[in-house]
Write a protein of this length. Structure first.
Length: 323
């Protein structure tokens, strides 16, 4: 069976995306730091390849796809090409070191999933990014083409959704390995100074302090949350809420007006309104305007936190609009 649907050209809108160098650099730095310190705090390499069934599809694939692209390999024991492709995909999942997760679905045991994805023959490979399914290819394929497809998939995840992958701890889950001791970081003073600046409404000072922490520790959760909050509060400081909302009502297609109103929605506790406003604005806009709104939405996701179900729902809605 010849491979088909290998190109991702219908997925990547090159006019609408910008380089995600900073996010990628931070992820690379985190991986390098994990390797330098001998791991700790990351996922086990064994979690990069998982068996998935219909009961666990939502949690193992859909929810996980809001953190990292998930590649699905539909296979069966009797399928000879599957026996060639499967080990190759597993090896690449390990080599890519957390940039995607491979989910293996036995079609004989999961007929409903096979029908939902419209599988006509196997092996068939799909991806799910932020809850959105994308066909990659069907049948055996050369490794070079598979690598190219995976690289494009990862690019989509990084540029459109900020999915920089998982940090892998090579020692996690190893038999007999002792839990890694987490050293005390030298960031307590900086984080305290940032919090004090935030309390004093010195938003510029707080932003800089949090950035100082993240320059050395890109995965510092407290600093990431603090930076997102400080930048949000800096944007809304001194604005007239009535004027902002009037402008948003008068100019529903104006990206700047809608982003300003979404900031106020979030500060006022109207999280779903803020997310819905920006998802709708992404739907209405194109090019640089669309990308600016998308980036702002990702920033607001950071304020709420990736585990919040409202963020998960909004990521899925965003994926449907973009693809």
């Amino acid at each position: 069976m010849q491979p088909r649907n290998m190109s991702m050209s219908g997925v990547v809108d090159l006019a609408a995306v910008k380089a995600a160098g900073e996010a990628k650099a931070k992820a690379e730095q985190a991986r390098a730091e994990s390797a330098r310190t001998g791991g700790g705090g990351g996922v086990s390499p064994s979690s990069l390849v998982i068996d998935v069934d219909e009961a666990g599809f939502e949690s193992d694939v859909l929810q996980r796809s809001t953190e990292v692209p998930v590649v699905i390999d539909f296979w069966a024991e009797w399928c000879e090409p599957c026996k060639q492709l499967g080990p190759l995909l597993e090896r690449l999942a390990t080599e890519y070191n957390g940039r995607f997760v491979l989910a293996k679905v036995d079609v004989d045991a999961n007929q409903t999933l096979m029908q939902q994805f419209g599988i006509q023959g196997i092996p068939a490979v799909f991806a799910v990014v932020a809850g959105q399914a994308l066909p990659l290819f069907q049948g055996a394929a050369p490794e070079s083409q598979i690598r190219q497809t995976l690289d494009q998939l990862i690019q989509v995840g990084e540029e459109r959704f900020g999915l920089t992958g998982l940090v892998v701890d090579a020692e996690a889950g190893a038999a007999g390995s002792a839990p890694a001791e987490v050293p005390a970081g030298p960031y307590d003073a900086l984080l305290e100074a940032a919090a004090q600046a935030l309390d004093a409404n010195d938003f510029d000072g707080a932003v800089q302090a949090y950035r100082n922490v993240l320059s050395d520790d890109p995965l510092n959760t407290e600093a990431k949350l603090g930076l997102a909050q400080a930048e949000l509060l800096r944007r809304v400081a001194g604005v007239d809420p009535q004027e902002v909302r009037a402008a948003a009502a008068e100019k529903p297609a104006d990206p700047a007006a809608q982003m300003d109103a979404a900031d106020l929605d979030l500060v006022g506790g109207h999280v779903e309104d803020a997310f819905g406003r920006l998802v709708e604005t992404v739907r209405r806009t194109f090019g640089d305007d669309r990308d600016a709104v998308r980036v702002r939405l990702l920033e607001l996701f950071e304020v709420i936190g990736p585990e919040d179900p409202r963020v998960t729902a909004a990521r899925t809605a965003l994926a449907r609009v973009l693809f």
